[in-house]
Design a protein around this ligand. Structure first.
Ligand code: GDP
Length: 364
């Protein structure tokens, strides 16, 4: 499952946002994974293609792609240096695929800012420094650990240490490993360390209710500049409003959004941005039992895409019957599209495209 870790300084609105996420996940009925950790919320990725296919196929069950948000507690100034204190945070964050950093972009005298004043750029620097220091500590520890092997001429160890030494200066300056120019081989060599600052970053600006519907203010503008420099994603939300929306059903929520002048909830914006940032793509299956969206990397070969449904499907892959989503809709379903000659038979080299409606044939 795809996971985003939520970080940020205290009092920026993380819990408020996370409560909305947890509730949205609980609302989205019949998800197979119900017993999850209290700091994990799994939400469906809204997808009109799933809705439209379901209208035609009328399946017993509808399943959207999902994305997991993990509330990463314990990240405060000094988290990386405090012996033991930051361990839980490191444990939680290293298994996520991307990081969502909630940034306070609202004024409210009743809500204390840990540094005394609202300053999104300084907040971002504080958090990013902690993340870089956590990685730096790991880099230093592993350079030392590999020392013996390097001295005995172990080629892999030598190469690994070279990469670690290449990222070390950036981390020393509080910069992310993301900002260091590494080739694919170098990335591969350090992949197993699960560094934090390798992960993509999305800045999630938490604005005031008063900033609706544009959700722009001077704080947000500053974050946008920072995001552009770092090639990081930026979304704006109002956590307070999200919490209210999360308590409504689908129609009420749509009405509420329209009333405040919005077309999409902040949470949906965040979900789509996370999906896009992670370079993901979706294909669909449309059976009578279930219409479902499946998550794959962009340009995923057909057998690997099939493996997302069942691991045995990769080895047992024979061929894929593929119809473009628009053709399924235009011809009123798979059968109609088939009669209109819109079904393509694709082999194992086919790269699955976003929105493909697929039937896999396998020998399993
Ligand atoms: P956390 O420490 O980052 O988890 O922050 P919380 O979610 O607990 O929020 C801290 C305080 O800020 C709470 O009193 C929230 O009600 C308030 N808060 C959070 N988001 C918003 C918002 O969008 N607008 C306003 N006015 N207050 C907010």
């Amino acid at each position: 499952n795809l996971a985003c870790g939520i970080v940020g300084l205290p009092n920026v609105g993380k819990s408020t946002l996370f409560n909305a996420i947890a509730r949205a996940g609980a609302e989205a009925a019949n998800y197979p994974f119900c017993t999850i950790e209290p700091n994990v919320g799994i939400v469906p990725v809204p997808d009109v293609r799933v809705d439209k296919l379901s209208e035609i196929v009328k399946p017993n069950k509808i399943q959207y792609a999902t994305i997991e948000f993990v509330d990463i507690a314990g990240l405060v100034r000094g988290a990386s240096s405090g012996e033991g204190r930051g361990n839980q945070f490191l444990e939680n964050i290293q298994h996520t695929d991307a990081i969502v950093q909630v940034v306070r972009c609202f004024d409210n005298d009743d809500v204390v800012h840990v540094d005394g004043q609202v300053d999104p750029i300084s907040d971002i620097e504080t958090i990013n420094l902690e993340l870089a220091l956590a990685d730096l500590e790991k880099v230093n520890r592993n350079i030392e650990r590999l020392g013996k092997k390097v001295r005995s001429g172990d080629k892999d160890a030598v190469k690994t240490v070279e990469v670690l030494q290449k990222i070390q200066p950036a981390l020393n300056e509080g910069k992310a490993i993301r900002s260091v120019d590494l080739n694919d081989d170098e990335k591969q060599l350090i992949k197993h360390y699960m560094f934090i600052t390798v992960k993509e970053m999305i800045y999630c600006c938490n604005v005031s209710e008063d900033d609706l519907p544009e959700m722009e203010n001077d704080y947000v503008q500053k974050v946008r500049v920072c995001g552009a420099e770092e090639n990081a994603g930026v979304v704006t939300i109002c956590a307070q409003i999200e919490q209210e929306i999360a308590q409504l059903d689908k129609e009420e929520a749509a009405e509420f959004l329209a009333d405040v002048g919005l077309t999409e909830s902040g949470l949906d914006k965040l979900i789509h941005k996370s999906f896009q940032t992670l370079g993901l793509s979706t294909y669909l299956t449309a059976g009578e039992i279930e219409v479902r969206a499946w998550t794959i990397p962009i340009d995923c070969p057909a057998p690997q895409a099939a493996a997302v449904i069942h691991t045995d499907f990769e080895k047992g892959f024979i061929r894929a019957e593929v119809i473009a989503f628009d053709d399924v809709i235009e011809h009123g379903g798979r059968q109609g599209a088939k009669e209109a000659g819109k079904v393509r038979v694709e082999g194992k080299d086919y790269l699955v495209q976003d929105g493909d409606v697929i039937l896999f044939l396998t020998n399993t």
